[in-house]
Design a protein around this ligand. Structure first.
Ligand code: SF4
Length: 289
């Protein structure tokens, strides 16, 4: 059991878009996953094999792109992509992504930056960061979803705030010097939907809004930890009122939120773009990579 009175926990913990999104989605999930480091008592979705195969395919796609971005030739990588028809289709889409390949500048694939906010560390791990010669920068994030979420969904994700914010804060030591918020773009690209990149242009206004929002979120977490540490017994943090989030949560048996796993990827794909299908997407896929 964690000792909530230890302030060391906060100073040692590395906050990421995933952990912050967990807290925003369900405080109890954040408590179980990060503060108490609870093992996962239940599978996230059924059938498990299909979920695992999809996660592994996504992982292999990320590794292929990384190797290409560090300089390996497509001909060297083609045999690895050819082992799976879906992966091969994603790989072909990636190779045809002309806007990416002709973008000038220094490429930093699988690159992490850390900054400090509210006395804690905040990390962003970029699939690909391109430092353009003019002093601007483009963040690429590959999403191997099999359904295309609307732009509003991407806009609502904490990743869309954390990634450009951390870059603007922590770019001082990057090759070519710091990047102003106004020179940063973030682009989600889905190999299954290669013609529909989702782009967000950053700005100083947005940077200030994000700093305020992230500071508020970190303050909430700090307060929750402080309140818990002042109690004689460990308090259960609030469970999300939106029980749809529990369908794909591995802790649902601990919360008496059901013991049946959420629907599998194909059923998510076939469903409409209601909030429950999008919840499923994030909860199933963000955990893997
Ligand atoms: S099962 Fe539901 S309430 Fe419990 S941690 Fe998961 S999302 Fe939160």
């Amino acid at each position: 059991m964690v000792d909530y009175a230890r302030t060391a926990w906060l100073s040692q913990f590395m906050f990421s878009q995933s952990s912050l999104q967990d807290f925003a989605d369900c405080e109890r999930r954040f408590q179980l996953r990060y503060v108490e480091a609870q093992p996962w008592p239940a599978v996230q979705s059924e059938p498990l094999l299909e979920r695992e195969l999809h996660a592994e395919r996504g992982d292999r796609f990320h590794r292929l792109v990384h190797r290409h971005q560090i300089g390996m030739e497509p001909s060297e990588l083609a045999p690895y992509a050819a082992t799976d028809p879906d992966l091969a289709a994603w790989w072909d889409a990636y190779l045809a992504f002309a806007d990416l390949h002709r973008l000038p500048g220094r490429r930093l694939p699988e690159f992490s930056l850390v900054t400090e906010l509210e006395g804690v560390r905040l990390v962003a791990k970029y699939d690909l960061l391109v430092l353009e010669p003019a002093g601007s920068a483009v963040i690429f994030d590959w999403k191997t979803y099999q359904t295309m979420p609307p732009r509003s969904w991407f806009e609502s994700r904490l990743q869309t705030r954390v990634y450009p914010y951390v870059l603007a804060r922590a770019s001082r030591n990057l090759p070519g010097g710091p990047r102003d918020a106004s020179g940063i773009r973030m682009l989600y690209w889905l190999p299954a939907f290669p013609d529909n990149p989702v782009e967000f242009v950053y700005s100083q206004d947005r940077f200030e809004q994000d700093e305020a929002a992230l500071s508020a979120l970190l303050s909430q977490i700090r307060q929750r930890l402080a309140v818990t540490s002042s109690m004689a017994i460990t308090a259960t943090w609030p469970l999300t009122p939106d029980e749809r989030r529990c369908r794909f949560c591995e802790y649902r048996s601990l919360c008496a939120r059901g013991d049946v796993a959420g629907i599998a990827i194909d059923e998510v794909i076939d469903s409409d773009y209601d909030s429950s299908s999008l919840l499923g997407l994030s909860d199933v896929e963000e955990v893997g990579f």
